[in-house]
Design a binder for this molecule. Structure first.
Ligand code: A2P
Length: 284
């Protein structure tokens, strides 16, 4: 990979850019304006979700950019309350309407369980997946997958699916790399993406990250993002400042050595959000 427009090939042949812009929380600020800045900064792959409330802002920013729809890669997600066969189809149509588009590049099931007490999650996931498969087969979405699925959730789908999932989007950053999920995905040719690739403030202040940032003469955030790129994981950084949006694309002028990658792989756990699909949120 040499720039953010270079692509991985998904297991169905679709080309997916190696870095995206994450729009979660963009709704907290000046919405369309932040996404307009991200387009200006060069991002073309935008990760959104019905839950984020940013789909309409993305549509507005894209329309104002005057760039053709085909120059963008749109990913969105079906939320916990929208799971189920009919609900997923309706949610997908709402997402298309919000994004003012006729197709999505990628559509994901946001979480494997609507809540940790849901006993029927495996059946619910299969019904949701059946709707996703039909949307895919109708040509309205170019690739389908999930977010926050762990190997046991994925196994349920893989044992019963007609269309193989192409992507799993998980929390991933130095200090929380979910190795079991990563290796499961690699074995099944499922592309992993990283939400919160910069982790929390704690990750940016971690002594190893600070040391490597000085060594490679980049920022702590760039170390985290380059780490994802070298692991073959697509990072979805979000930022509200155009300088940091640009900095977060400057990931190809340096390379973390194999030794330092091992050190990052094995550093003490840190920066976990506390989110786990099978548990109520763990607060620190
Ligand atoms: P800001 O919007 O002020 O740039 P994550 O997605 O891992 O949870 O991290 C998101 C947070 O990281 C945001 O609060 C964002 O703040 C901050 N951030 C994004 N890029 C950088 C950067 N290059 N340097 C420092 N902080 C960054």
């Amino acid at each position: 990979m040499n720039n953010i427009y270079d692509c991985y090939t998904l297991n169905n042949g679709v080309q997916i850019p190696c870095v995206a812009y994450g729009t979660y929380k963009a709704a907290d600020g000046d919405n369309a304006d932040i996404i307009r800045m991200a387009i200006e900064a060069g991002y073309r792959y935008f990760d959104t979700a019905s839950f984020y409330g940013t789909e309409t802002y993305l549509a507005e920013a894209v329309q104002n950019s005057k760039l053709p729809r085909e120059s963008f890669f749109f990913a969105s997600k079906v939320w916990k309350t929208e799971m189920g066969y009919d609900e997923t189809k309706a949610a997908f149509q709402r997402t298309l309407d919000h994004l003012n588009t006729t197709y999505l590049d990628l559509y994901l099931i946001h979480w494997p369980l609507p809540d940790p007490d849901c006993k029927e999650w495996s059946q619910l996931d299969l019904e949701t997946w059946r709707a996703m498969e039909e949307l895919y087969q109708s040509g309205k979405v170019r690739a389908i997958g999930f977010s926050n699925f762990l190997p046991h959730h994925m196994e349920n789908i893989i044992q019963n699916c007609r269309v193989m999932p192409a992507v799993d989007q998980i929390e991933f950053h130095p200090g929380y790399t979910q190795e079991a999920t990563l290796s499961y995905c690699q074995k099944h040719h499922i592309q992993v993406q990283a939400w919160s690739p910069i982790g929390r403030a704690r990750v940016l202040k971690d002594p190893l990250i600070v040391e490597l940032a000085a060594k490679y003469q980049v920022s702590a955030a760039q170390i985290c993002l380059r780490f994802a790129v070298q692991k073959g994981v697509i990072p979805l950084p979000k930022s509200s400042s155009i300088e940091r949006m640009k900095q977060n694309q400057d990931l190809f002028s340096f390379e973390i050595s194999a030794e330092d990658m091992y050190r990052l792989d094995t550093m003490p756990p840190t920066g976990w959000s506390g989110e786990h699909p099978d548990r109520q949120r763990v607060y620190f």
